[in-house]
Design a protein around this ligand. Structure first.
Ligand code: TTP
Ligand code: MG
Length: 361
């Protein structure tokens, strides 16, 4: 049903700062921030929760932050690293759904309405994602689970950091009554003040105002306020990205240095790739096979081949084996990471018609 979607909003906790702490565990428990230098009129991008206790927050002048918290360590940002971590978040998300809308590097909406993972329970899926991010990436993310994007975003903030909160469809009406309007995405200080002067503090108060009055005062945004005050939000999770490829890769605890082990590793990757590709095979067809090899010394090589007209299926194991056998000697060193993937082409509407014709035949 239209309004009974299952949305998860994920938001990493003090993202840049947490990544820096993961990279240098000696920083754990100390107040740190990521941002520009105080002597160069820099600003804070984010601060960890220890630093927030001193009143340090995003967008604050670094010099002010140092005044509030003299022991604060301000690290320069490393965007490439954060981007890479963000990609790793998405690799995990994609195992549960393809309907992902990123809002920033550390934030995304996931629509899991169609997922049959974890008996279709969005709350269990969110718990699983949080566990895997902790175990595999050494970071914490908070999650909100709700029937729409507005409520899911409110919910992810509810038990932050390292928390989650579910608003079930049957709880929405009661939940919004006491919800402060300041929690509505888009209601900043100005709008909140304006609403307060109209006697509105909570969404329950807001429900008392007729639509006409809200539109008169707030223009188009008035209609949105009218909806969200009732916990209604029909915006869909929008995936903007057209995929060009899909791949799975694994870093091995012990480097691989013999062909049989390599072949076994590739077979394992292919199983996983099949699962992942299976979920989007209705929208994409594979054009090439790709393997990636990262050697012990972190140099890497990739090799790809067109999926031939000879009729073998995309996941033909012998073809992938041939690719690694050819690529490995380029470095001739033990291998720390292997990847297997496919280059993709979106299926057009016509292809889809063709597909269903074939299936009927
Ligand atoms: P947020 O998710 O807003 O903040 P956060 O992840 O640091 O902390 P939390 O979610 O636990 O409250 O932003 C994500 C990253 O975006 C943040 O780590 C740094 C960057 N950022 C800025 O560079 N400037 C800003 O003003 C904000 C708000 C964030
Ligand atoms: Mg965050």
């Amino acid at each position: 049903m239209e309004d009974q979607r299952k949305i998860i909003h994920i938001d990493a906790d003090s993202f840049y700062a947490s990544v820096e702490t993961r990279e240098n565990p000696a920083l754990a428990g100390k107040p740190i921030a990521v941002g520009g230098r105080p002597d160069r009129r820099g600003v804070i991008a984010t601060a960890n929760y220890e630093a927030r206790k001193f009143g340090v927050h995003s967008a604050m002048a670094s010099s002010r932050a140092m005044a509030l918290c003299p022991t604060l360590l301000i690290l320069p940002p490393r965007f490439e690293l954060y981007r890479a971590v963000s990609g790793q978040f998405h690799d995990i998300f994609r195992e549960y759904t393809e309907l992902i809308e990123p809002l920033s590097l550390d934030e995304a909406y996931l629509d899991v309405s169609g997922s049959d993972c974890m008996q279709g329970s969005a709350t269990l899926i969110a718990g699983e994602i949080r566990r895997r991010v902790r175990e595999e990436l050494g970071l914490t993310v908070s999650a909100g689970i709700a029937p729409n994007k507005f409520l899911a975003k409110v919910a992810s903030d509810w038990n932050k950091p390292d928390g989650m909160f579910t608003i079930a469809p049957g709880q929405v009406a009661e939940f919004v009554l006491e919800l402060p309007v300041s929690k509505i995405n888009g209601v900043g200080r100005v709008t909140a003040d304006k609403l307060r002067r109209m006697g509105v503090e909570t969404c329950g108060d807001l429900q008392q105002l007729p639509l006409e009055k809200l539109v008169e005062r707030f223009g188009k945004y008035g209609r949105r306020l009218h909806d969200v005050a009732r916990g209604v939000d029909k915006r869909r999770v929008q995936t903007s990205r057209v995929r060009k490829s899909i791949s799975v890769e694994r870093t091995y605890a012990r480097d691989i240095d013999a062909m049989p082990a390599m072949v076994a590793a590739v077979d394992e990757l292919l199983l996983e790739l099949a699962g992942r590709f299976g979920r989007i095979a209705d929208r994409y067809f594979p054009t090439k096979r790709v393997v990636k090899i990262k050697y012990q010394d972190f140099t890497q090589t990739t090799l790809e081949e067109a999926i031939g007209a000879s009729g073998e299926p995309w996941n033909d194991a012998a073809s992938f084996h041939r690719l690694v056998t050819t690529a490995w000697p380029r470095g001739a060193k033990p291998v720390r990471l292997l990847g297997a993937g496919l280059r993709l082409q979106p299926r057009s509407a016509e292809d889809l018609d063709q597909l269903s014709l074939f299936e009927q035949a």
